[in-house]
Design a protein around this ligand. Structure first.
Ligand SMILES: [Zn+2]
Length: 373
């Protein structure tokens, strides 16, 4: 399961004309429903059959929630009032997205318990005011579903006239209500490694007194907020279009290069960190558990604050943002501990006070508008 945005890889920037066209097609499909190609899933009428990935890919780009106009009323309200169950149109979009991406889960309506919603609101309220201010007009809202197929998802919203400066955050209410902060972080940081009985890895992101569900939600939100704040900032190339160059994307240039086939490689891949490309979170571990100490030793020679940051430029920024806000701005713990046969053999901490991440920190502070000089 993913805390990462399940970023569509085939989307395209839409012009205003295509927006009008898209709206017309969606409206027409609503008028004509049910059609021979529709499917009923999770109580929703979808415009495509379950098996028709091409249709789902086409229709997800035309979903109403992908356009700014759909969110106009929501955006007029304060952020704290833009938190709740996903609207039906968004549920339809998420189902199309999963069908198009080959993900078996079918997102459906979530009923939110009052104590859960209170935790989410408290987690948002604890974010630094400078971050909340930046977020208010870029985030349409935080919405919950069940059976998302990951922990969280963010996606771009087309503002028309080439403006793409909005996003939503969707969270799986069932996944979030299950774990406290350290249990969630430990689960996540183990996902790149195949189980090996001789090795164990634990992550600590909160003190014992603060190790609760609210703080798990808070950290998960921080990562997604990093993705939202990257939109329009030129920190890395957009995630939904083919990449041709890193020119102008100063944050990505600190760690990444494009190879001959225009695929991302890190600057460290040829300097002893070849296994970086085998670091895969959530969807199928590729590294044996015995590799844990070596991977973290290699990571200490990079400017990635976390291992997840080393997976791609988008998650590099989201993880850098989350880790910086969490450890530097809010002075909370963040530590990975590795044990071999029950004995501690390695502790890894983030890098914001180390030379290796100095350039990244400086740029991050500039982007966040909190640079000291
Ligand atoms: Zn992510």
């Amino acid at each position: 399961m993913s805390t990462a945005a399940k970023f569509p890889t085939t989307g395209r920037r839409k012009s205003y004309l295509s927006y009008i066209f898209g709206m017309a097609v969606v409206f027409a499909s609503l008028l004509c429903a049910p059609q021979s190609g529709t499917a009923q899933t999770a109580g929703l009428m979808l415009p495509c059959r379950e098996s028709d990935t091409a249709c789902a890919d086409k229709m997800r780009r035309k979903s109403l929630p992908k356009f700014r106009d759909f969110w106009r009323d929501e955006m007029a309200r304060p952020l704290q009032q833009r938190i709740g169950p996903a609207p039906e149109e968004l549920l339809v979009h998420l189902n199309l997205d999963n069908i198009a991406s080959g993900i078996a889960n079918r997102p459906r309506h979530a009923v939110l318990a009052a104590d859960f919603l209170a935790d989410v609101r408290a987690a948002i309220a604890e974010l630094p005011p400078t971050i909340l201010q930046k977020l208010g007009d870029r985030l349409v809202g935080i919405y919950f579903v069940r059976d998302l197929g990951g922990t969280a998802q963010s996606d771009l919203i087309d503002g028309g006239w080439f403006r793409r400066d909005l996003s939503w955050i969707v969270l799986d209410a069932d996944v979030l209500s299950q774990r406290n902060a350290n249990a969630w972080a430990t689960w996540k940081e183990n996902t790149p490694f195949k189980p090996n009985p001789a090795y164990a890895l634990s992550a600590t992101i909160e003190t014992a007194a603060n190790d609760n569900r609210k703080n798990a939600i808070r950290y998960i939100l921080l990562h997604e907020i990093g993705h939202v704040l990257s939109i329009g900032e030129k920190v890395h190339p957009p995630w939904d279009r083919p990449v041709t160059t890193l020119d102008g994307f100063s944050f990505a240039q600190l760690s990444w290069q494009l190879n001959a086939s225009k695929t991302y490689v890190s600057q460290y891949d040829h300097a002893g960190f070849a296994d970086r490309s085998k670091v895969v979170y959530y969807f199928g571990a590729k590294l044996d558990g015995a590799k844990m100490p070596e991977i973290y030793q290699r990571l200490e020679k990079t400017n990635f604050p976390t291992l997840y940051a080393a997976t791609n430029p988008g998650d590099d920024f989201a993880e850098s943002f989350a880790s910086y806000v969490h450890t530097v701005m809010q002075k909370r713990p963040w530590e990975i501990n590795i044990l071999a046969n029950g004995n501690p053999i390695k502790t890894y901490r983030t890098c914001w006070d180390e030379v290796r991440c100095a350039e990244k920190r400086k740029l991050l502070e500039k982007i966040l508008g909190i640079a000291k000089n």
